[in-house]
Design a binder for this molecule. Structure first.
Ligand code: ADP
Length: 393
């Protein structure tokens, strides 16, 4: 009886110990699982944070980026790339191009393409696609989309500029060569003198073009120059003074309205005088003898406008947009005759823009032109006083 009881007790103890061991193991396993789970959750959170950061970084890029997996399914399309997806014609074109490039990248072939999206606004975009490799296998592809409208425009302008400069310099150089050659066979002193005069005129033209080019280059390099308070009245008078003798020779009267001496702008004085004198010079060049040119200043709340108005040949409407381009001339022969370089108005526009101002024109063919050059006004500058006109020539 005792023995049976002892055996039963022993069995109970062994079973209890075994059960306890299993329970503990289960508890250990459960806590292991819990740890693994929380590690996994932590890892997933870290991955999600990294993915969000990566998405933010992609969105901060100016270039569009699209990433697809090996099946061509979309993984990433950043903000810039979204601008090229949609239903408008330009967007469909851009999307078709990036799809084609991605397809070829998924076949292991990197490629690039430039397409022009006829606007408005007209845009040129460059697409570059590349496969994404992992252990020798293509696991996806990426395409970068860049708006290259501005760099292409600058390239075109530069190319045109070099071509124009070469052409403009070639003409007087060619004339000089011909004149000099003809002179070598000439014995008549009077004819030689006439040739020499023409050589001097062509040389002057060359010097004028080079001076204007240097001015433009300096303006570009040095944008607004050294800004100082410039009293508009004295700057306008200095500019008009520079053209006074040419106006007198052409029998053209320069009327300068009375200008308040307290109107002040912050600018490079030399540049302001150069811009105004270019406008007055043109007004004289493109007017008939006996004509009058008005120079006036209009002061607004924040801006001051310097106006030069002539009653000359005027500018055809179709040319109005282009006259501020370098070397653009409505009537090449007349411009050349008057010693023009085609650079004057580009200098004027440069000066205006470099100082936060602008230049505009209203013109009617056969009636005359009115150019307005505006500059931001220095706070506290006086308003214009209306007083009688002053006549310079
Ligand atoms: P240019 O040295 O030939 O005068 P600009 O750049 O000063 O060059 O002017 C460009 C062109 O704009 C001129 O060739 C001329 O055709 C036209 N233009 C400029 N100012 C006037 C004006 N006041 N009246 C008529 N045409 C003008």
């Amino acid at each position: 009886m005792w023995v049976a009881l002892a055996v039963a007790l022993a069995i109970a103890i062994v079973v209890a110990i075994a059960l306890d061991t299993r329970r503990r193991r289960a508890v250990d396993e459960a806590s292991d699982l819990r740890r693994q789970l929380s590690n996994e959750i932590e890892r997933t959170a870290v991955l999600a944070r990294e993915r969000d950061r990566l998405a933010e970084a992609f969105d901060a890029l100016q270039d569009g980026v699209i990433v697809v997996d090996d099946q061509g399914d979309l993984l990433v399309r950043n903000v810039a790339a979204r601008a090229f997806s949609g239903t408008r014609r330009a967007e469909v074109l851009a999307e078709d191009a990036s799809r084609e490039l991605l397809e070829s990248a998924l076949r292991g072939m990197p490629s690039e393409r430039e397409i022009t999206l006829v606007g408005p606004p007209r845009r040129v975009i460059e697409l570059r696609a590349a496969p994404l490799w992992e252990r020798g296998r293509v696991v996806g592809a990426v395409v970068g989309i860049r708006d290259v409208t501005e760099p292409r425009r600058v390239d075109d302008v530069r190319r045109d500029f070099v071509a124009n400069v070469s052409h403009e310099l070639r003409t007087p150089i060619g004339a000089l060569a011909v004149l000099a050659e003809t002179m070598t066979d000439e014995t008549n002193f009077e004819v030689m003198r006439r040739f020499a005069e023409r050589i001097a005129r062509e040389a002057e033209r060359l010097a004028h073009i080079v001076d204007d080019l240097l001015d433009l280059t300096q303006l570009e390099a040095n944008a607004g120059g050294e800004p100082e308070p410039v009293d508009v009245r004295s700057a306008v008078h200095a500019a008009v003074e520079q053209i006074a003798s040419a106006a007198e020779a052409a029998n053209i009267e320069l009327h300068v309205a009375s200008i308040d001496p307290h109107v002040v702008i912050r600018a490079d004085r030399r540049q302001v005088i150069s811009a105004v004198s270019n406008l007055v010079d043109n007004a004289v060049k493109y007017s008939e003898p006996g004509s009058v040119v008005d120079i006036d200043v209009d002061v607004g709340d924040r801006r001051v406008g310097i106006m030069v108005r002539d009653r000359g040949v005027g500018i055809p409407t179709r040319d109005l947009e282009r006259i501020f381009e370098r070397f653009y001339r409505v009537d090449r022969a007349r411009s050349r005759e008057t010693g023009g370089t085609g650079l004057g108005l580009s200098i004027v526009r440069h000066v205006a823009h470099a100082h936060g101002g602008d230049v505009s024109v209203i013109s009617h063919e056969g009636e005359g032109s009115a150019f307005t050059l505006t500059f931001p006004l220095v706070d506290g500058s006086a308003t214009i006083a209306s007083a009688p006109e002053e006549t310079v020539t």
